[in-house]
Design a protein around this ligand. Structure first.
Ligand code: ISE
Length: 340
């Protein structure tokens, strides 16, 4: 079977990560096209992987030489490109979030329901992280008993943009932890509440009203809770730790450092600088699984339904953080095309 011909929309940090993984580490795929309005970055990535440059991302999706699409453009554009990929009959890997609004996320689900099958995999790469996958296996085995609580701590080294409002922290970053709450517990979310801590007035590098910490409480169907927190600006590095508390046992992911060092009267472990380093193995596993499924004309892993549910919870959390109140979430009926 010839290598899967992939087009990459967006050559920012994640687009470059995916393009290089596809070109350098996954022999059953090749990058044949890239698009990005930043022509300098586009050219750098295109030359690095030997791909053609496209001015128009919709033209890239339609191009006959493109068999599958990676969407790594700005968040607000994800849903439109995902709908176009589905309508073109091409499997796509859509970076998270699926959309920045529930309405946009629904358009992707509607397109797949109309087609009658999935063609979208959403980039919730923690499902492919060995530690997180082990927690799911332990939960499914019954070794932990009934799920009582899920915890997810998510630490960024510094703000990724000056305008890190509560909405951006929740929709761009905590969206990972929201998905973790669902796939680690196996339950849907029925109510949320949130607290935010802003940067001190006059903090350098961020806009007024920027938020440095968000804590969320998700009430899960069946009575368990998920406790999530995102630290936007740790000043020390990047961490993600997940935990499943069960009636018979508790399991959590390790901090992930491969090396311990003793020096100057202290024992130290290296902390990841940022997410491409921390989850490097997960991104490779995620893309390898996607290429394997896309080569057969399908997709695997987190679906557009998972993306929509994450957007539903994120929108409720933004509302809860704004109003300072608990917000209930109505039950959604999952279309048959998403039965796992
Ligand atoms: C970023 O947008 C990501 O998607 C990363 O995976 C996440 O770890 C980071 O916190 C987000 O800001």
């Amino acid at each position: 079977m010839s290598a899967l011909a992939v087009g990459v929309i967006g050559t920012g940090m994640m687009g470059e990560v995916h393009a290089r993984l596809l070109n350098d580490r996954i022999g059953s795929a090749r990058v044949v096209a890239v698009s990005d309005p930043d022509t300098e970055r586009r050219r750098m990535v295109a030359e690095a992987v030997g791909a053609a440059e496209f001015d128009d991302p919709m033209g890239l999706i339609a191009a006959p030489e493109v068999e599958a699409v990676v969407i790594a453009s700005p968040d607000h554009s994800h849903a439109g490109f995902a709908v176009a990929s589905v309508q073109a009959g091409k499997p796509c890997m859509c970076e998270k979030p699926l959309a920045t609004t529930v309405d946009d996320a629904r358009l992707v689900v509607d397109a797949e329901v109309a087609l009658g099958r999935r063609l979208v995999q959403v980039g919730f790469m923690r499902e492919f992280d060995e530690g997180h996958a082990s927690l799911v296996s332990l939960r499914r085995s019954g070794a932990l008993g009934e799920v009582v609580a899920v915890r997810s701590t998510h630490v960024n080294p510094a703000p990724w943009a000056p305008g890190v409002t509560a909405e951006r922290v929740i929709t761009q970053s905590m969206i990972h932890d929201i998905h973790s709450a669902r796939f680690l517990s196996g339950a849907e979310v029925e109510a949320v509440s949130a607290s935010v801590v802003p940067f001190a007035a006059g903090s350098s590098g961020v806009d007024d009203g920027a938020v440095r910490f968000v804590a969320a409480r998700l009430e899960l169907v069946g009575g368990a809770v998920a406790l999530l927190d995102v630290n936007v600006s740790s000043a020390y590095g990047y961490r993600v730790v997940a935990e499943v508390v069960g009636s018979e046992g508790t399991a959590r992911t390790s901090e992930g450092s491969a090396v311990e060092m003793w020096s100057s009267g202290a024992r130290v472990e290296k902390v990841s600088a940022n997410w491409p380093e921390h989850f490097s193995a997960a991104y490779l596993t995620e893309l390898t699984a996607w290429v394997s499924a896309a080569s057969e004309g399908g997709v695997t892993g987190p679906s557009a339904w998972d993306g929509l549910m994450a957007n539903v919870v994120a929108e409720a959390l933004v509302d809860a953080s704004t109003r300072g109140e608990r917000v209930e979430i109505a039950r959604w009926e999952r279309p048959a095309v998403y039965e796992r």
